[in-house]
Design a protein around this ligand. Structure first.
Ligand SMILES: Cc1cc2nc3c(=O)[nH]c(=O)nc-3n(C[C@H](O)[C@H](O)[C@H](O)COP(=O)(O)OP(=O)(O)OC[C@H]3O[C@@H](n4cnc5c(N)ncnc54)[C@H](O)[C@@H]3O)c2cc1C
Length: 418
């Protein structure tokens, strides 16, 4: 169905932010149309089948510690789970470092792991308890610095910093200098302490598709690029739609191009190489961390967590670097991380995602304005935090702002925590 010439609300972008706005507005009885340039809903959460393997566009995970996961039907996603922790290579051996609350059988190996003295491990536990259980308001009012400075002042120690925190966080923040805001580090660490990390049986794209499935299919317009937004008018190749409210929910660069007052945040990038192994080398589904001096930040048998990613029981391995790399440059390192011979690795595909996430350096600007006035709104991970949580939280905030504009006198639901 083509976009109509007139609509109550047009949302530009069917990523998690745009879909979070649209589903809320539709549930409130509003006439809302969603337009996306891509052929699928879900935005940066995108998956495809290659030779029968399910391949997400860059290694990414779903974290149930995010508050806005409450908006999703997690059971319907049929999740497969990673263990809470990581595998660390040191002294020629692979060591499991796990959260003893979730994996009591791994406590002894974790206590003996080469991450520094018992005192340092107690400091790591203290840092985790604080991030996991202090009220968010207190975390957000703590002195802000870089993530690295915060970890140093928590006394986690040099060894744990280089063997564990730097590669682990580099895979999440997509930067290894750990220059990200300590406040965002606290929020991210909190989500790992409180939640589980896994992959849906139909790939990460199915998270967005679940939200899109709540909308009238005739009002979701895929493969339609918006060329211009002028106040409450949206122009595409086939015509112009005028609405009472227009929400620009694109990636930050496109938002800045469509709305000049919006500033794009610096983008983070990642390159992920996918390999197939005859079988998984591991007994437990843990992320293997890159080693100091190496190029990989992590290497993960994704099919250990979610067997549906493999068509036939062979192991699907995703290995990521922060700078663009060619497969041949990292093949030996992938083999070492997985403890196999490089001859066993069958290269499936590689992908570089340039605008994977906006940076979140200090000062962290949580809850940037979404209501630009005159019926124009902007949302996306760049308005909150560079994550699934940030995208969905900004969508929830924006939906409330749109409802306030459409019905200034009606009570607008608060929609729970952002
Ligand atoms: C490789 C990778 C790994 C990640 N890992 C994680 C992770 O493990 N955990 C986590 O929480 N987050 C992760 N993220 C970040 C997370 O995916 C994003 O923060 C979130 O999906 C952003 O959602 P969004 O709706 O703000 O933007 P997007 O998903 O970018 O959605 C914007 C939409 O706008 C559309 N669009 C753009 N221009 C136009 C136009 N002109 N006309 C019409 N439509 C347009 C796009 O097609 C897109 O669908 C990862 C991201 C990547 C890429």
């Amino acid at each position: 169905m083509p976009l109509p010439a007139r609509a109550e609300v047009v949302v530009v972008g069917a990523g998690l932010a745009g879909l979070s706005v649209a589903t809320r507005l539709a549930a409130a009885g509003r006439d809302v149309h969603v337009v996306d340039a891509a052929a699928h809903a879900g935005g940066r959460l995108s998956s495809e089948r290659i030779d029968g393997f399910l391949v997400d566009r860059g290694f990414q995970v779903f974290n149930t510690g995010y508050p806005r996961v409450a908006d999703l039907d997690v059971d319907a996603l049929d999740m497969g789970w990673f263990g809470t922790g990581a595998t660390v290579w040191a002294d020629g051996r692979a060591h499991s470092v796990v959260d003893p609350r979730r994996h009591p059988a791994g406590t002894w190996e974790t206590v003996r792991s080469p991450l520094g003295s018992l005192l340092r491990k107690a400091a790591i536990a203290g840092f985790s308890v604080r991030a996991g259980y202090e009220p968010v308001t207190r975390l957000l009012s703590a002195r802000e610095r870089s993530a690295e400075q915060a970890l140093r002042s928590a006394c986690v120690g040099e060894v744990a910093m280089e063997r564990f925190f730097r590669p682990f966080l580099a895979g999440v923040l997509l930067e290894s200098a750990l220059e990200t805001s300590s406040r965002y580090l606290d929020l991210v660490w909190r989500s790992f302490i409180r939640g589980r990390v896994g992959l849906p049986a139909a790939g990460m794209q199915s998270v967005g598709e679940q939200l899109a499935g709540r909308l009238d299919p005739d009002r979701v317009h895929l493969c339609v690029r918006v060329e211009q937004v002028d106040g409450r008018s949206v122009r595409t190749a086939t015509g112009t739609t005028t609405a009472d409210a227009v929400v620009v929910a694109t990636d930050p660069d496109t938002a800045a191009a469509l709305i000049p007052v919006v500033e794009a945040s610096a983008p983070r990038q990642v390159t992920t190489h996918l390999h197939v192994l005859p079988a998984s080398p591991w007994q437990h589904p843990l992320i293997v961390l890159g080693t100091p001096g190496g190029r990989l930040v992590n290497s993960v048998v994704v099919s250990d967590a979610q067997p549906a990613y493999s068509p036939d029981g062979r192991a699907l391995v995703a290995s990521s670097t922060l700078t663009p790399t060619r497969e041949a440059e990292v093949r030996e390192e992938v083999a070492r991380a997985q403890g196999v011979s490089s001859a066993d690795l069958e290269h499936l595909t590689s992908v570089t995602v340039t605008g994977a996430q906006p940076a979140a350096t200090p000062p962290l600007q949580l809850r940037r304005p979404v209501d630009l006035g005159g019926g124009l709104f902007v949302c996306g991970d760049h308005r909150d935090t560079p994550s699934i949580q940030g995208a969905m939280a900004s969508g929830a905030r924006t939906a409330r702002a749109v409802l306030r504009r459409l019905s200034p006198t009606a009570a607008v639901p608060t929609g729970g925590p952002a």
